[in-house]
Design a binder for this molecule. Structure first.
Ligand code: UTP
Length: 292
């Protein structure tokens, strides 16, 4: 019997310090790429992968995320009255069905692993997806859908991976490779943010995971690791031997919107994929380039 991935966890309780002062009172996950907040890209990707239940791990200053995915009847009735059908559709599209969305809080940002652990009762005893909203993707087939499609043949834990220059290893979880068959990589280990001379490979984990409930059991026991946070990577590493760990080389391009350069680049590239913006933006970019 094939196990379906029905639930996705969105950890959104971080402080977003790299974007201060923008994130002093506003969640980092609500920063917009073109005209949609980062978190909406992640939710749409989960929807495209067949996710049915959306679990948000929130914290202080995060209520606008809840409002964003709720109906706004006053706004909708005004857009309807004014015949602004396109905008009305866009507003309605981001309302998640009642009962399909749950919120839990992480009272203190103790790390990604701790954030996922906060959702344990909502996840229960089944495999689940985790999407970090600061990573967004331009892919023909959405990244999580590629993972969900690969999952039945590998099971266990699946992480989205890409090859990076070794000098960037300190920014990622890095796989220790057991077997590399091209699209799928079987790992025998995973380390969080190693220094380049300690990196076991150049295969780095992006912010998309399918995880076995075994990881939640490990998170029950996991101590604080790198950066004094409870690391998801450490819990995944501890399950190797019980469940397989597979890296999926996704097809497409990832933007790390947790960094300013990644965020700015994403805004330009996503806009260049928009027929309503591409023409004028190209002209502006040419003008800027001629001034460089
Ligand atoms: P990041 O480490 O990129 O987010 O975590 P951050 O800590 O908010 O950002 P900086 O480094 O201070 O700028 C990736 C995702 O995990 C969530 C964040 O909200 C972000 O969406 N997260 C991180 C939590 O939910 N809880 C945590 O304790 C840490």
């Amino acid at each position: 019997m094939t196990v379906r991935i029905r639930k996705a966890v969105f950890p959104v309780a971080g402080l977003g310090t790299r974007f201060l002062p923008a994130t002093k009172a506003m969640p980092k996950e609500m920063l917009t790429v073109v005209d949609k907040p980062l978190i909406q890209y992640a939710v749409e990707e989960a929807q495209a992968a067949g996710i049915e239940h959306f679990i948000f791990v929130t914290g202080h200053n995060k209520t606008t995320i809840e409002d964003h995915f709720d109906a706004n009847t006053i706004l909708e009735s005004i857009l309807d009255r004014d015949g602004k059908d396109e905008l009305l559709r866009a507003v309605r599209e981001c309302t998640l069905d009642s009962g399909k969305i749950s919120y839990t809080r992480q009272s203190e940002p103790k790390g990604l692993g701790h954030a996922v652990w906060c959702a344990r009762d909502l996840i229960g005893d089944e495999p689940f997806a985790v999407l970090l909203p600061d990573d967004i993707f331009l892919c023909k087939t959405p990244c999580l859908k590629q993972m969900v499609d690969a999952y039945p043949s590998v099971g266990g834990n699946v992480v989205a991976v890409q090859e990076i220059p070794v000098e960037h290893s300190w920014r990622y979880g890095i796989l220790k490779i057991k077997n590399d068959s091209g699209k799928l990589i079987r790992a025998k280990g995973i380390v969080e943010k190693p220094a380049p001379d300690k990196a076991p490979s150049r295969i780095a984990v992006s912010g998309r995971y399918i995880l076995s409930p075994e990881v939640l059991k490990e998170l029950d026991k996991t101590e604080r690791g790198a950066k004094n946070e409870i690391q998801l990577t450490d819990a995944i590493a501890a399950t190797i031997g019980k469940v397989p760990l597979t890296g999926l080389r996704y097809e497409g391009r990832r933007f790390d919107c947790g960094t300013k350069i990644g965020f700015l680049t994403a805004n330009i590239e996503f806009a260049l994929h928009r027929p309503d913006l591409a023409g004028e933006l190209k002209k502006e970019l040419k003008r800027l380039q001629s001034e460089l």
